[in-house]
Design a protein. Structure first.
Length: 299
């Protein structure tokens, strides 16, 4: 990898259209098609991101659910195209954004190694030479010759990680792939990525495990609502993330308490929404202060 940068984005933005899947008539579908560009709802998953990742950097991307972390990795991997801005990637990219991506459930682990190599553009002979080292590192025993559909999620994680880090990438993109529940393999994974960094390569890692960010990364970026909130030393950025997370939880608790007391009303099905929110942790779609509440319909 030449000197300079491994990854660079300038004013990167990704916009998604919001389309609803309610059943409708053919006539309505045709009418909607004719005027699809009028007032079409959309949202920005990412907006205005300018990031430079240098060779040798291990950058942790953190943030709440829906912040745009996985979308950013998919753009860097070339899986989706940005709606605006520029993305430059300088070097060969190995990505493991989803453990099942590119895997064939009916093929054996050994056959999936070769398939993954082909999908990453690695020469067949090179993959044959590295196959045994991948098998040894994955350490899944006789299952390497069994169909992938018989694997546990942890076994898929081991195989996928072993493949992604065995092809000597310039840039390694990882999205929540190190949570195998196998402490011994986690330690091996940590050392493997350390070896990648030692060769002046770059790693971009998305994780909800803050210990991985502080212990493994030498830089962290906090995303919220598709924008960069903090960028710097991992311990400082993680501290900011935890503060913001606690603030959101406190605000959420206040909303739930307000709904119980009647001080805050929810449009639609208040009781059902409160129960669902408490059970699942999902956000309430819309709230209004008491003086903005719509009058209740009489029975």
């Amino acid at each position: 990898m030449p000197s300079g940068f491994a990854i660079q984005t300038r004013d990167l933005g990704v916009r998604y259209s919001l389309r609803f899947t309610k059943k409708t008539s053919i006539r309505r579908s045709f009418a909607r098609l004719l005027k699809r560009n009028r007032g079409e709802k959309s949202f920005w998953a990412l907006r205005g991101l300018s990031i430079t990742v240098a060779p040798g950097e291990s950058v942790g991307i953190i943030g709440p659910n829906g912040a745009g972390k996985s979308t950013l990795l998919q753009v860097l991997a070339g899986i989706i195209m940005p709606s605006e801005g520029i993305v430059e990637v300088n070097g060969h990219v190995s990505t493991l954004l989803h453990l099942q991506a590119g895997f064939d459930q009916e093929l054996s682990g050994r056959e999936n190694i070769m398939l993954a190599g082909a999908l990453m553009g690695i020469d067949h002979k090179v993959m044959e030479e590295r196959q045994e080292s991948i098998v040894d590192f994955a350490d899944i025993g006789a299952f390497i010759d069994a169909p992938l559909r018989t694997y546990s999620s942890g076994m898929r994680a081991k195989l996928g990680f072993s493949i992604a880090t065995a092809v000597d990438p310039d840039i390694l993109l990882l999205d929540e792939v190190l949570q195998t529940g196998d402490e011994a393999f986690r330690e091996k994974s940590h050392q493997r990525i350390a070896d990648v960094l030692g060769a002046a390569k770059a790693v971009v890692l998305v994780s909800h495990d803050m210990s991985w960010i502080t212990e493994f990364c030498n830089r962290a970026i906090l995303l919220e609502r598709g924008s960069i909130v903090a960028d710097g030393k991992p311990d400082e950025v993680v501290a900011t993330h935890m503060e913001h997370s606690e603030h959101r939880k406190q605000k959420y608790r206040e909303v739930l308490e307000g709904m119980r007391s009647g001080r805050i009303a929810v449009r639609g099905r208040p009781k059902q929404l409160v129960r669902e929110a408490e059970r699942t942790g999902r956000q309430i779609p819309a709230i209004a202060p008491e003086d903005e509440r719509e009058p209740l319909a009489r029975p």
